[in-house]
Ligand binder design. Structure first.
Ligand SMILES: [Zn+2]
Length: 210
């Protein structure tokens, strides 16, 4: 069982190890960050962004929440997105969900009387379910959760494309690419489900007028 003091000890050992390998490591890292990627992932402890793609500190700007959602009234996510696009000028935005997602599974159940706040967060996934209800209810019940995981990821990629931040960057900025990825808890592998770039035709009802 891990304890906070064990974590602090591990931190000390890690810091010493990094310095032993590269004496200037932290001095260099402290100067600035120039990540090429924004990662929007699930808060699930089994899908740590940097670890699963073998990235180092400074390489990925990270935002995580329950079931990797992009909700356009969530100033937390939107602030991260705006900073990543407008200031850091990341080249890629990655929405990475995962099979066996507890948030998605919970969204397929009736609303919980004990988790009133979490219910509201999960409502957006229920909307994705409703949007694809026919397909979801026609497939093998054992595959329903994983299919909703995929549909939820694709939906978040479209939601990103519907923001003024992305549309403006596609029109006047550095044209970042948006990726929808799904991670397998069973094999540690990632598949790409969708990729949108500045040539994407956005449904007119979501387009910002010039
Ligand atoms: Zn999850």
């Amino acid at each position: 069982m891990q304890t906070p003091s064990k974590l602090l000890l591990e931190n000390k050992a890690w810091s010493q190890d990094m310095i032993a390998r590269q004496p200037n490591y932290f001095n260099e890292l402290a100067k600035e960050q120039r990540p090429d990627f924004l990662w929007i992932g699930c808060a699930d402890s089994r899908v740590p962004a940097e670890t699963v793609v073998n990235a180092q500190p400074g390489e990925i700007f990270v935002h995580r929440n329950i079931a990797n959602q992009v909700i356009t009234t969530d100033f937390n996510c939107l602030s991260v997105l705006q900073y990543a696009i407008s200031v850091l000028k990341v080249k890629h935005v990655i929405v990475c969900g995962h099979y066996g997602c507890g948030g998605v599974m919970a969204a397929m159940q009736p609303q919980s009387g004990d988790l009133l706040i979490a219910n509201k967060w999960l409502l957006h996934i229920k909307d994705v379910y409703r949007l694809h209800q026919e397909e979801l209810e026609s497939i093998d019940p054992g595959k329903k959760t994983d299919r909703l995981v995929e549909l939820n990821i694709v939906e978040q990629v479209y939601r990103l494309a519907h923001t003024s931040i992305i549309q403006s960057a596609w029109k006047h900025g550095h044209k970042p690419t948006i990726h929808g990825w799904v991670y397998g808890l069973n094999d540690g592998l990632i598949d790409e489900l969708i990729k949108l770039d500045h040539n994407t035709q956005i449904n007119p009802i979501y387009r910002y007028a010039d």
